[in-house]
Design a protein around this ligand. Structure first.
Ligand code: GDP
Ligand code: MG
Length: 436
């Protein structure tokens, strides 16, 4: 996607704002990428309309080219469409029942074992129920997987699925289990018998979670499957399996935005540990087929900041450290995050001295300094020597502070200037430490 987008933008220069033409050209490619990733057409339409609204007229960041900028917006919007991660509803009386539903071959039995392993590692006492008793091979599969992950499996070939889950539940109470995972039968299609059976199970035990297991390879069909199951049982989440294959998982967006069912896990392999807790950032990157593009964009932005810092450092080294540089330095510091974190990053003595100031005071001081410097004229910032008493009074009035505050900022500035001179003499050794 990025390559194609960059092609779209090769003719374009950076300008003040993203134009409609910029955005439309980029969105044509985004639309194709989403359709290619099996996102439903109606969802693509709604989504791109949302992005367009946000992107047209957005300020062009000087760090990014228009292609990167549009991708950034698309990525952010996609993350918000995909929704926040939601945990399992592990509350209520024990054992809490997690029921897995889905079509045959979607990966339910595998997911049941993967989940059992995950929850066990979190200190839960897990019991698996093989509620697919009609197929001996299916029962055996779960028993084998249960053995691999060290979790007991409840089976009884004489019982029908609702009875079996009921019995497993009673066993769960007796045995002091905290979680019961029910692996249900699946048909190759959604039919009434299957749906009635699932409903009957939910009447016997009240599942805390009913997770729909969907094979990401089925593409567009996933949405219909999700709608079908949702009409029968109250789905609390989605497990999208076989994400290690070619499928990019665009179905997840459709399911999430059409049915509102949150994605909880991704299956990423046949192995018993190949279960990922859903992470919208990662999934969004995958759906857009961007690999590490987002990482690169973030690096570009960081590098741009660094460029600014280096220019500033170069000026300081040449001995021309003006109040404008001082103000820029303040801004840079503020951009780095909360003051307390910055203290930790300062080298040696500087860090120790800074620690003695309370973060609140330092934050206040920073704001005050900014306010004072912004009340100065350009000339004053460049030639601080002209700041006589009457100018200082005017600046104090303009920024709503006392003259003493202005004097203090000037004193700090002089000290910073002195520090720069010292650094200049030492040939700049130590400077990189401060500006990392
Ligand atoms: P069920 O019929 O829904 O219980 O599906 P199974 O758990 O038996 O899985 C069907 C097939 O898909 C098996 O061969 C699994 O090994 C395979 N499978 C399940 N989950 C994944 C996954 O995340 N990635 C891959 N590559 N294969 C998977
Ligand atoms: Mg199965």
């Amino acid at each position: 996607l990025t390559d194609r987008l960059n092609q779209v933008f090769t003719q374009l220069r950076r300008r003040g704002k993203l134009s409609e033409a910029d955005v439309d050209a980029a969105l044509r490619e985004v639309r194709l990428a989403l359709l290619d990733a099996d996102v439903h057409y109606s969802v693509v339409k709604k989504f791109t309309a949302g992005v367009r609204e946000r992107a047209v007229g957005a300020e062009v960041s000087r760090a990014l080219n228009p292609a990167q900028q549009v991708i950034k917006i698309v990525h952010e919007e996609l993350i918000s469409t995909l929704g926040e991660p939601e945990r399992l509803n592990l509350t209520g009386e024990k054992p809490r029942v997690i029921m897995l539903v889905g079509l045959q071959g979607s990966g339910k039995t595998t997911a049941a074992a993967k989940l059992a392993r995950l929850l066990r590692s979190q200190g839960e006492r897990v019991l698996l129920a093989a509620a697919d008793p009609y197929r001996p091979a299916a029962v055996q599969q779960l028993v084998t997987l249960g053995g691999t992950v060290g979790v007991e499996v409840f089976t009884d070939s004489r019982l029908n699925p609702p009875e079996l889950v009921q019995k497993a539940y009673e066993q769960g109470i007796k045995g002091g289990y905290s979680i019961l995972i029910a692996d249900t039968a699946g048909r190759s299609q959604m039919d009434d018998t299957l749906m009635d059976e699932l409903k009957a199970i939910t009447r016997k035990v009240k599942p805390a979670d009913i997770l729909l297991v969907v094979d990401s390879m089925v593409g567009q069909e996933a949405l219909h499957i999700a709608e079908g199951f949702r009409d029968t049982v109250t789905l609390t989440g989605l497990i999208l399996t076989k994400m290690d294959g070619d499928a990019r998982g665009g179905a997840a967006i459709s399911i999430r935005s059409v049915t509102g069912v949150p994605i909880k896990f991704l299956g990423v392999g046949e192995g018993i540990d190949a279960l990922e807790v859903y992470d919208p950032r990662r999934l969004a990157s995958r759906i857009l087929g961007m690999g590490d593009v987002i990482g690169l964009i973030e690096k570009a932005e960081a590098a741009f900041d660094l460029e600014g810092t280096q220019n500033q450092a170069a000026r300081m080294m040449s001995g021309k450290f003006s109040l404008e540089d001082f103000a820029a330095q303040m801004k840079q510091i503020r951009k780095m995050g909360p003051i307390s974190q910055i203290f930790d990053m300062l080298p040696g003595n500087l860090g120790k001295v800074a620690q003695q100031v309370s973060p609140q005071d330092a934050e206040k001081q920073l704001k005050l300094t900014e306010a004072i410097i912004s009340s100065m004229t350009r000339e004053e910032r460049r030639e601080p020597d002209i700041l006589n008493a009457s100018r200082r009074r005017r600046i104090a009035r303009g920024s709503g502070v006392d003259v003493q505050d202005v004097n203090r900022v000037m004193k700090n500035f002089r000290e910073a200037q002195k520090l720069m001179k010292t650094l200049q003499k030492t040939g700049g050794r130590g400077l990189p430490k401060i500006f990392g």
